[in-house]
Design a protein around this ligand. Structure first.
Ligand code: SF4
Ligand code: SF4
Length: 394
């Protein structure tokens, strides 16, 4: 029912609405039904039954945000697959009305759902982060990758390893420290005191826990004298740079940088071996949070091209038009099979370039795209950190 479901008893006085009560609903009303968002959405191609797409989610949100509507629109939206949207931003990019579909039509509905449904994904991830400081609920120490590296616990520049790399990509993190030291940065690392950036909490709608978590993160930085935070994760980077300022208004935040920005700034210090990757054809996956969300397109590309002898080729859809790997929006945590279905579609596009290596600058893309590979597949997925470290002179 895309129309308003009003109170049945019309003998009541007319409902008076203040303009501010319907601001969100009015934004959704801007939709002109052009279908551009549907034409681009990677989560509905071939799987309409699992997600009804951005336009219908926008129309549902329009009714949900109108205080006169009496039906449970939030539940309708969730049942129509809101949790299968990766919040990749492709719909926003093409929407002629620039409606904030990922953040409002989808993201805010998840927040309302979390308030309505106390035992949903949002609460579950919240409990795991509270108990173990990571969204997977893993109880083992997260610092093991850093053993022997002698990273200090307090100081000006922090390396925030992040949850997924800490547990699944220890070698990548060791390579990140090697690269940072090559460019003259010896960072601080919080080891087992490290806190999740909180991004999965927000994407799954647990706004309250996100704010608490972010507050704790910033306070720990203050206590340890941190002024700058370097992250190897695109999802974390988006949370730090866009969501922390939005939710912690007025807080004294450290500066946040993605590792690729830091390395690109110091690229003349990264001396590469000759001949190690001669003739290798390479393509690059723009992580949605780094690309569309943050406009960081050139730094990773310039770093890849530091390696002598490689042939760099773009996928047909790149930069603003890049297609999501499928892991974002909490989808990798809540529906890994669906994330892999999306990832497989993206891998086909990478293979079309004839490349033997697909590089990305986010551990979530790395994880999900690797998960689509079965016994080789003619293409290798690599984090840009590992790629650079493999070519770096001793
Ligand atoms: S954010 Fe991405 S996945 Fe979600 S509706 Fe928009 S285009 Fe589809
Ligand atoms: S692109 Fe924007 S205006 Fe067009 S159908 Fe989608 S939400 Fe509506």
């Amino acid at each position: 029912q895309p129309w308003l479901k009003r109170e049945d008893d019309i003998s009541k006085k007319p409902v008076k609405l203040h303009q501010t009560d319907i601001l969100m609903s009015r934004e959704m009303s801007q939709c002109i039904g052009c279908l551009a968002c549907i034409s681009i959405c990677p989560a509905i191609k071939g799987a309409w039954d699992l997600f009804n797409g951005p336009m219908l989610q926008t129309l549902t949100a329009k009714a949900a945000f109108n205080p006169m509507d009496t039906s449970n629109r939030v539940l309708q939206a969730i049942r129509s697959g809101s949790f299968n949207c990766t919040q990749c931003g492709a719909c926003w990019e093409v929407c002629p009305k620039k409606i904030q579909i990922p953040e409002k039509a989808i993201g805010h509905m998840k927040v309302l759902f979390a308030e309505q449904e106390p035992d949903g994904f949002a609460k579950e991830v919240g409990r795991k982060i509270k108990a173990h400081k990571n969204p997977f609920g893993r109880a083992e120490a997260r610092h093991q990758w850093a053993e022997g590296l002698n990273l200090p616990l307090a100081g000006r520049v922090l390396f925030h390893a992040g949850c997924l790399p800490s547990y699944e990509f220890p070698k990548t993190l060791q390579s990140a420290i090697r690269l940072l030291r090559k460019v003259g940065i010896d960072p601080v690392y919080f080891a087992d005191d490290e806190i999740c950036c909180g991004e999965p909490l927000l994407r799954l709608g647990n706004e309250k826990e996100f704010i608490k978590n972010a507050t704790d993160f910033v306070e720990l930085c203050r206590i340890r004298g941190v002024k700058e935070v370097i992250t190897p994760c695109a999802e974390g980077y988006r949370a730090f740079t866009k969501d922390y300022p939005r939710y912690l208004k007025g807080a004294d935040l450290p500066a946040f940088k993605h590792l690729s920005q830091v390395l690109a700034e110091h690229s003349t210090d990264l001396l590469m071996k000759e001949n190690v990757m001669e003739g290798l054809k390479i393509t690059y996956q723009d992580p949605c949070r780094l690309g569309r969300d943050s406009g960081i397109y050139e730094e990773p590309r310039s770093l890849i091209q530091l390696v002598p002898g490689i042939e760099f080729v773009e996928m047909k859809k790149n930069r603003e038009d890049a297609v999501c790997c499928g892991a974002g929006g909490g989808v990798k945590l809540t529906n890994s099979a669906f994330a892999q279905w999306m990832g497989t579609n993206r891998m086909h596009m990478a293979k079309e370039t004839g490349s033997s290596v697909l590089i990305t600058a986010c551990p979530w893309c790395d994880r999900n795209l690797r998960d689509t590979l079965e016994g080789g597949d003619g293409i290798e997925v690599k984090n840009i950190i590992d790629f650079l470290s493999d070519a770096l002179k001793e």
